[in-house]
Design a protein around this ligand. Structure first.
Ligand code: AHM
Ligand code: MG
Length: 335
């Protein structure tokens, strides 16, 4: 649970990132500057999300994105704001966005930059028009060591999730919360809109060992491979000590945020129509998997650790099962 504000001394996310960097003697500050691009962009996005309905930001933009999905106006806005805020950071060589078919190479002279940033600017965007939580996800990678790839920024994001140097999300929910990790625990910050700052509200988040909810789109259940249905039945029967209840928002960030705080398990299995599931490896599954593991949870795609998968395509999809230790051990026994 969160510490009283006074004891925390009003730590902003920026201060927190800087203090994390002091663990690396010689850190140049570039990395903090990079992350400040993300926090700035998400504050701008939060502002628009809060006014959706009044600011001509609801509804479709008219275009269909690379995933074959209708782009919402806020998808387009959020994508533009993130790209713009990040393009100014010289340390970033390339970007991958859910909304853009191709990687965006920012600087042709690859030797000058060090990082790749991947993001889903507005995840769960079909929820905007009905006032339900949406989110932004992001992950940061170093330029790969291998010289052939190092000189080709378009390929910088094709790395296993275990190589992430930072990952996080912002959930635009009943409050706006930023959760991030640089591989040293998971920390949460709540946006105080009156001062425009993300303030530390959840230090060192640990996922409970067990929760009481499972979270999946049960409408697809007959189209899941059978062991997923059997696993859900097992949870419902109470074999892990409780008869589980269900929660499903349909926004990955919001569904995971609850799982992080309360424990339990989230599943987006393969279906007959989508044999690799729906979620994108680079900026959805990996981001969540990295945070889950940092918080003491487990994230698997099939029977493989999600962060071990080496991507071959920037928009590739993977099944995802992520949650508390106890539920995940039981899942592995049945997978
Ligand atoms: P999006 O990136 O187009 O918004 O889609 C991703 C979202 C996730 O947030 C969520 O977990 C999933 O789609 C819900 O899908 P479904 O409606 O099939 O349950
Ligand atoms: Mg998405």
């Amino acid at each position: 649970e969160s510490t009283p504000l006074a004891d925390r001394g009003f730590v902003t996310v920026q201060q927190h990132i800087l203090s994390e960097q002091t663990r690396f003697p010689g850190a140049s500050g570039e990395f903090s500057w990079l992350l400040s691009g993300i926090t700035l962009a998400t504050k701008l996005i939060a502002n628009k999300v809060r006014l959706a309905g009044l600011n001509d930001m609801t509804g479709r933009a008219g275009a269909v994105n690379v995933q074959g999905e209708q782009q919402q106006k806020l998808d387009v806005y959020a994508d533009g704001v993130l790209a713009e805020c990040l393009a100014f950071r010289e340390s970033i060589g390339m970007l991958v966005s859910e909304e853009s078919e191709h990687p965006l190479v920012l600087r042709e002279d690859a030797s000058k930059s060090k990082y790749a940033v991947v993001f889903d600017p507005l995840d769960g965007s079909s929820n905007i028009d009905v006032g339900v939580s949406v989110g932004t996800t992001f992950s940061v990678f170093h330029k790969p060591d291998d010289p052939a790839t190092a000189n080709d920024p378009a390929k910088w994001a094709l790395q296993a999730g275990s190589k992430q140097v930072a990952a996080g999300y912002v959930v635009y929910g009943s409050s706006t919360i930023l959760v991030y990790s640089v591989g040293n625990g998971v920390h949460g910050f709540t946006l105080d809109p009156s001062i425009g700052a993300f303030l530390l509200s959840h230090e060192n988040m640990q996922m409970p060992q067990q929760g009481r909810y499972y979270s999946t789109n049960e409408a697809y259940r007959d189209r899941f491979p059978p062991h997923y249905g059997e696993y859900i039945d097992m949870l419902r029967r109470g074999e892990l000590g409780y008869k589980y209840s269900s929660r499903y928002i349909g926004s990955l960030v919001a569904d995971f945020h609850r799982t992080l705080l309360r424990g339990g398990v989230f599943l987006y299995p393969p279906t007959t129509e989508q044999p690799d599931g729906k979620l994108r490896l680079l900026y959805e599954a990996n981001t969540i998997a990295f945070l889950a593991e940092q918080a003491g949870g487990v994230a698997l795609s099939g029977d493989e650790r999600t962060v071990d998968i080496v991507p071959t395509d920037i928009h590739q999809r993977v099944p995802l099962v992520v949650g508390s230790k106890m539920e995940m051990d039981a899942y592995q026994r049945m997978a």
